[in-house]
Design a protein around this ligand. Sequence first.
Ligand SMILES: *Cc1c(COP(=O)(O)O)cnc(C)c1O
Length: 364
Amino acid sequence: MDKLLFTPGPLTTSMTVKEAMLHDLGSRDLSFIKAVREIRKELLALGHVSQDTGYETVIMQGSGTFGVESVISSVVPESGKLLVLINGAYGERIAKIASVHKIPYHTLVCDEDQTPDPQETEELLTDGSFTHMVIVHCETTSGIFNPIDAFGELAEKYGVTYIVDSMSAFGAVPVDIAACHIDFLVSSSNKCIEGVPGFSFVIAQRDSLIKCKDQADTLVLDLYAQWIGLENDGQFRFTPPTHALLAFRQALRELAEEGGVSARADRYRGNFNTLAEGMSVLGFKEYLSRDKQGYIINSYHYPEHAAFDFKAFYNKLNDRGFIIYPGKLTKANCFRVGNIGRLYTKDVQALLQAITEVKSEMGF
Ligand SMILES: *Cc1c(COP(=O)(O)O)cnc(C)c1O
């Protein structure tokens, strides 16, 4: 049996999702084009929008960051200015993308255990120079949930285009894209929808997308050109990840069978609660305060004990079939445990049992 992945992705997927890849489809095959159409439509529905209400899905080859880079490099014009709200490594990465593409930007950085301050954000927006604003939904660095609805209100009030990196939240955290005033939402195949890695997708407000024509300073990541390609003949401009798309269609069907986004949220929340309770009994301290903690991934401080060594801890869990994740925080030594993917309460209980064994073996 494969090891269980308690990580932010790639994640443990169902056998049926893996089996969906046992077909070689040509990229011009009608059944493949139909699958892509079904995926693009279903993704809009997950965000409570549709083509009829003015939204489009653009699928982009590559991992999640390719989708983010596609949006940032296609959406912000030379004459624009991007406000990047940052409380973790993924926000920092967006600023890096803007810098690489020489896009004018400004960062509002806050501590990794805090959400960006709406008042400070509003003060920056009142100066009128910003045309675009971007925030990470679940900042996977810590697991914190940022209030994308409140920042959407600000984007709407000041007329700025609103971009959300919802990579590790979309599919498991309910979001109404129109109600949150989101112009571009980015997520990927291998996070909460429980597909395999291979592509990212962007849900875009059509009028905002049309403004991106001929604006990208990249060929492969040109969001508008990718959309036009998909619209014209249902095909990708460059070789699509056919197998990953078939797996993803199956994953979307399984998400619907489970009861949709709210049911998936319930399962992940169940995993989170089981983990949080068990880890607390074992004496591990959470990095985030409970009111800021999301249910996607948890960060735990390294135990303050000479016998604790993360590498050894990680390897011993790995030997028992459980993969956890190192920390990425700048100011605290933490490790992370994901609650997402095809994992159930019984799997979390098995992980907790393994942690109990490893803890006593290591003697911390
Ligand atoms: C996973 C993730 C990404 C994308 O990472 P890739 O390694 O490129 O797939 C971007 N933002 C957030 C918040 C993520 O969790």
